[in-house]
Design a protein around this ligand. Structure first.
Ligand SMILES: [Zn+2]
Length: 103
């Protein structure tokens, strides 16, 4: 077993573990039920931890976490014609149909 990473909260740790498992990496969570102890022990000691079972998985696991930490979505973009904001996946303004400006 090897400590891979400390998460900011248990939901994040759960997402990491799910994604790692989906990639075939065996892992487990620790400290996810300790939030009641916050304040009594140093934060890093009670932050949720993700442990991987096999040390060989570490490089791949770190790469997966790195991708998860990057922002998932692009920001909305603003139409130059009508100033309306559109979702990042649209190539033209939903309101007036103007083509998305090139950044
Ligand atoms: Zn527009």
């Amino acid at each position: 077993m090897k400590l891979l990473a400390r998460a900011d909260h248990s939901l994040q740790a759960a997402i990491w573990a799910d994604t790692l498992r989906a990639a075939g990496i065996r892992c487990e969570l620790r400290n996810t039920a300790l939030s009641g102890a916050l304040g009594e022990i140093p934060f890093l000691e009670c932050a949720p931890q993700v442990w991987i079972e096999r040390d060989d998985d570490e490089p791949r696991a770190r790469e997966i976490l790195l991708q998860l930490r990057q922002p998932m979505r692009e920001p909305h973009w603003q139409c130059t014609e009508c100033n309306e904001y559109s979702e990042p996946q649209f190539g033209s303004c939903w309101q007036c149909g103007s083509v998305r400006p090139v950044p």
